[in-house]
Design a protein around this ligand. Structure first.
Ligand SMILES: [Zn+2]
Length: 136
């Protein structure tokens, strides 16, 4: 089900809790809500649709990949950039890494450890920040 985008900074500043199999509805809602915003959005975190669970969704080429409980376990190649966010009006500076390794679970809760770089890595870092209540 498509949900409204949360813009309340106080809510967005809260830390999200680990996701469990009981949070399957959040996965569906993230897919539906991102699909409705594909024109101007390449990723979302659970709190952006009102759920304080550690689930993000990231557009990777043709596919929207759901990452449950993502943890960035390695980073290299720091750079500074500017980012926008569907939940915020302004574009702000962010510190990002060119290459990251992420431990995560897919939408069937299978575990993966995967390396990402460039644009996709940047989106993942932005969305994982949301899980920790960090806004760009
Ligand atoms: Zn954002």
């Amino acid at each position: 089900m498509q949900r409204d985008i949360v813009k309340d900074r106080t809510f967005l500043a809260r830390k999200s809790a680990p996701a469990t199999v009981d949070d399957a509805a959040v996965i569906t809602d993230l897919r539906d809500t991102l699909a409705a915003h594909h024109d101007d959005c390449v990723g979302m975190a659970g709190n952006m649709i009102g759920s304080l669970t550690r689930i993000i969704i990231v557009t990777m080429g043709e596919e929207d990949v759901v990452m449950v409980n993502p943890v960035i376990i390695k980073r290299s190649g720091m750079y500074l950039t500017k980012e926008g966010c569907l939940s915020l009006e302004d574009v702000t500076r962010a510190k990002r890494y060119e290459n990251i390794t992420v431990a995560w679970q897919d939408d069937s809760f299978r575990r993966h450890v995967t390396g990402y770089s460039g644009w996709v890595a940047q989106i993942i870092q932005h969305e994982v920040d949301h899980l920790d209540g960090i806004l760009v």
